[in-house]
Write a protein that binds this ligand. Structure first.
Ligand code: NAD
Ligand code: ZN
Length: 341
């Protein structure tokens, strides 16, 4: 089968013929229809320090996908041939305290599809049935292919009560923009998002932001004044991984405000801890998605009218992957989808 392989320990990906994946007795074989490109895939493409330490070479990558069930092992009973499925890219151990308590998103022994084991940028993918998400086939395939990052947005955004609250999102990457749409749908009052990229700020406005702020030109304080917000934001969603964005968020939260942090900060980032202490802030780290409460909520949000369609800005056939990755690296995209049919 064809797959996008990290064939050499250097920048790039290579379209190669690889062996079909093995299907163990608890596994489901999926014929991939569409995949989305994640920031992580871009890091692997560019071969940054993290990728060099993490990704085995050669291996095909990718973890955001939707496809069709074409086979399964002897222990699998609750899927059917032809069923449209997506899947959780984090494989958990099932044995640690958190797994046993049903908090699988907090497993201490996760491994990642397309990171630690062969991925979804391929014609076929085999994953354990416990990682399969049964899709509502009414939801468009390109949206289903982005359920993994949509799950990051939903898990982060729904960490704290949003009804009637003022929400600050830092970072208008695809996940920050989806979080804006989720927060508005969940009943937030003002949802302000910051970035330095005008393309993405425009997209955030299309997805329902109250204000999309170019932080290189306008400060958060100015926007708060304009919105007649006197006490600061109630909820913060940090989705940039940028230290100054995090600190500007901490500074502009109300006393007792709550921050959910998805963005991955550089090691050694300095944080204004005394503002956290004196203003009584809560900071919650977010990793991945809840299995499978977040997946359930994603489906329900879409079924109750949340429109994510503007976030899918580009689609390419998988053979044009180089064009797709270059576009992602330009920053002027929402989600970029590869078609495998
Ligand atoms: P992305 O890199 O596409 O988006 C980040 C955005 O932040 C960019 O648009 C960038 O222009 C913007 N930005 C840079 N400096 C800024 C500043 N000072 N103020 C405001 N915005 C600024 O990333 P994404 O795919 O949308 O993911 C969002 C973040 O979440 C990334 O840091 C990513 O690594 C992280 N992430 C974490 C998890 C997890 O499980 N914790 C999962 C997926 C992604
Ligand atoms: Zn575990």
């Amino acid at each position: 089968m064809k797959a996008l392989v990290k064939k050499y320990a250097k920048p790039g990906l290579w379209l190669e013929d690889v062996e079909m994946p093995e299907v163990g007795k608890n596994d489901v074989l999926i014929k991939i229809k569409k995949t989305s490109i994640c920031g992580t895939d871009v890091h692997i493409y560019q071969w940054d320090d993290w990728s060099q330490k993490t990704i085995p070479v050669p291996m095909h990558i990718g973890h955001e996908f939707v496809g069709e069930v074409v086979g399964f092992g002897e222990n699998v009973h609750d899927v059917y041939i032809g069923e449209i499925v997506s899947g959780e890219g984090h494989l958990v151990c099932g044995r640690c305290r958190n797994c046993l308590a049903g908090r699988r998103h907090l497993c201490m022994n996760t491994s990642g599809v397309g990171v630690n084991r062969p991925g979804a940028f391929a014609e076929y993918l085999s994953i354990p049935v416990t990682n399969v998400w049964h899709c509502d086939p009414e939801i468009p395939l390109e949206i289903l292919s982005s359920f993994d990052p949509f799950g990051n947005a939903v898990h982060t955004a729904l960490s704290f009560d949003l009804l009637g609250e003022d929400v600050l999102v830092t970072g208008a990457g695809p996940i920050g923009i989806m979080a804006v749409a989720v927060a508005k749908h969940a009943g937030a009052r003002n949802v302000v998002i910051t970035d330095v990229n005008e393309y993405r700020l425009d997209l955030a406005m299309k997805m329902g932001a109250t204000r999309a702020v170019n932080i290189s030109k306008t400060s958060i304080e100015e926007v708060m004044k304009e919105l007649k917000m006197k006490e600061g934001f109630d909820v913060g969603l940090e989705m940039s991984g940028n230290a100054s964005a995090l600190n500007s968020m901490i500074k502009n939260m109300c006393h007792g405000g709550k921050i959910a942090m998805l963005g991955i900060q550089q090691p050694g980032t300095s944080v204004d801890w005394n503002t956290v202490v004196f203003n009584g802030l809560t900071i919650k780290g977010i990793y991945g998605r809840e299995m499978y409460e977040t997946w359930y909520k994603m489906t329900a949000l879409l079924q109750s009218g949340l429109d994510l369609s503007p976030i899918i800005t580009h689609q390419f056939r998988y053979t044009e992957y180089e064009k797709a990755f270059e576009l992602m690296m330009s920053g002027n995209t929402g989600k970029v989808v590869l078609n495998w049919d």
